[in-house]
Design a protein around this ligand. Structure first.
Ligand SMILES: [Mn+2]
Length: 358
C-alpha cells in the first residue's frame, strides 16, 4: 500500500501539488486498504490521513497501519480545514469525478486561502497496471464465477424464469464467498437476448431460446466479468449456430491480438473487422472490452477510440457480440491479463461449442 502512496506522491510533486483529497471509494480502498463505506483520504507529501466517522474508526485503525485516522464528528469540511490549517497547506487537489457541485461549494466556503485544483484520473492511472497480488485476486474472482456458471447451467432450461435462475446463481456465488455481484446480473433469453444489457426479467425461458448470461462476482475487493451464450431445450437453429461461430472466432482473434505494445483500438478493430466480413458489423454496437479490477469498468478500454498502448499487467475483458433485433443475440466474454508476448486467459469455462441445455 505504501508504495502506491509513494507513486501518487511522485505525481503530486510533478503537478506541484502539496496535498490531494481522495473521495472515490475505489481509490480509497486501493491506496489505504480500508474497506469501510464512508471516509476520505487526505494525502500530503509527508502525511496520510484517513477521515471517517464514529462507525468506522476502529476498523480504519486495524486496516490502515501508517495512516493517521481522524474521527469526523460534525462537519467534514471543517475537520479538513483544520488539518489544512495545521499543516499550512495552501493548495489542494480534488477528484472532479467524485465531488458534487454542492461539495465543491462547501469546500470553497470552508477552506479560506486554499486554492482548489480539479484533477481527473490521478489514482485511476496508477490502477491501470495491476501488480501480481491484484492479478491473483482477480483470478480468484474469475474462478468463482467459472464455478458458479458450471452450477447454474443445471438451472437454465425451458420453463424456468430468468429472475429465478439469477437467484440460484447469486445464491451459489455468495455461498462460494462472493461479497457481492460486480453488477446486476444479465440473463436474457429469446428476443431479449438481442438486448446487450438485458437484466433478468420475469420472462420464462422457452424451448429454442438463445440465452445470454453475463455476470461477475466481487471477491477480496476485486471484480470478475463473464459472458456465455447457450441454447435452451433444442438443438441450435442454423442462424444461432452461425452468429455463435462468428462471435467465437472474433473473440479468439481479439485474444490472439492482445499483448503488450498493441493499442486498445487495434484489438477492437481486429475483432470488428472479422465480424464485418460476415456483414454483421451493424449488429455489434458496443466496444470489444474494458479493463477491470476494483471497479468492473476501468481503463484501458478496447474500443475504436482507445489510443492507449497496452502494458504488461493490465487486465481486460474481450467480449464481442452480435444482436439481431426481434430474434436474439450472442456474446462471449473472457478476462485476460496482458503479458509481454500475448495474454493469459483467466476464464476457463467452456466456449468451443454452442451448448444446448435440456
Ligand atoms: Mn464486461
Amino acid at each position: 500500500m505504501m508504495s502506491r502512496i509513494a507513486k501518487l506522491r511522485e505525481r503530486m510533486v510533478q503537478k506541484d501539488l502539496p496535498a490531494f483529497l481522495v473521495s472515490s471509494s475505489s481509490n480509497r480502498r486501493y491506496l489505504s486498504g480500508f474497506t469501510g463505506t464512508a471516509g476520505s483520504l487526505l494525502i500530503s507529501l509527508e502525511k496520510a490521513f484517513l477521515l471517517t466517522d464514529f462507525r468506522y474508526v476502529e476498523q480504519a485503525r486495524a486496516q490502515c497501519p501508517g495512516w493517521e485516522i481522524v474521527r469526523v464528528d460534525k462537519d467534514f469540511y471543517e475537520s479538513l480545514a483544520t488539518i489544512l490549517g495545521d499543516y499550512q497547506i495552501d493548495k489542494l487537489g480534488f477528484e472532479v469525478d467524485y465531488i458534487t457541485f454542492h461539495q465543491y461549494q462547501q469546500m470553497r466556503e470552508a477552506f479560506k486561502g486554499v486554492s482548489l485544483e480539479p484533477l481527473k484520473g490521478l489514482v485511476e492511472e496508477l490502477r491501470v497496471v495491476k501488480d501480481e497480488e491484484e492479478i491473483a485476486a482477480i483470478a480468484r474472482a474469475v474462478r468463482l464465477i467459472d464455478k458458479t456458471f458450471e452450477y447454474v447451467m443445471n438451472h437454465i432450461r425451458p420453463g424456468r424464469i430468468e429472475r429465478e435462475v439469477v437467484l440460484e446463481l447469486e445464491f451459489f456465488a455468495r455461498r462460494a464467498g462472493a461479497t457481492g455481484m460486480s453488477f446486476e446480473t444479465i440473463l436474457a433469453s429469446g428476443e431479449r437476448a438481442a438486448l446487450p444489457h438485458g437484466v433478468a426479467s420475469g420472462k420464462v425461458i422457452n424451448k429454442g431460446d438463445l440465452v445470454v448470461l453475463d455476470c461477475g462476482a466481487v471477491l477480496d475487493g476485486y471484480c470478475s466479468d463473464f459472458t456465455r451464450s447457450l441454447v435452451a431445450g433444442a438443438a441450435p437453429a442454423p442462424w444461432q449456430q452461425e452468429i455463435y461461430n462468428i462471435v467465437l472466432e472474433a473473440q479468439e482473434i481479439g485474444l490472439e491480438t492482445l499483448r503488450a505494445g498493441v493499442k486498445g483500438s487495434e484489438v477492437d478493430s481486429a475483432v470488428r473487422n472479422y465480424i464485418a466480413k460476415y456483414g454483421y458489423e451493424e449488429y455489434f454496437g458496443h466496444s470489444t472490452g474494458h479493463g477491470l479490477g476494483i471497479d468492473v469498468h476501468e481503463e484501458p478500454r478496447l474500443s475504436a477510440v482507445s489510443d492507449r498502448v497496452l502494458e504488461e499487467g493490465m487486465v481486460v475483458t474481450v467480449e464481442p457480440g452480435i444482436y439481431l433485433p426481434g430474434k436474439g443475440g450472442v456474446r462471449i466474454e473472457d478476462v485476460a491479463v496482458v503479458r509481454k508476448n500475448g495474454c493469459e486467459i483467466l476464464t476457463k469455462s467452456p466456449k468451443k461449442e454452442l451448448i444446448t441445455l435440456y
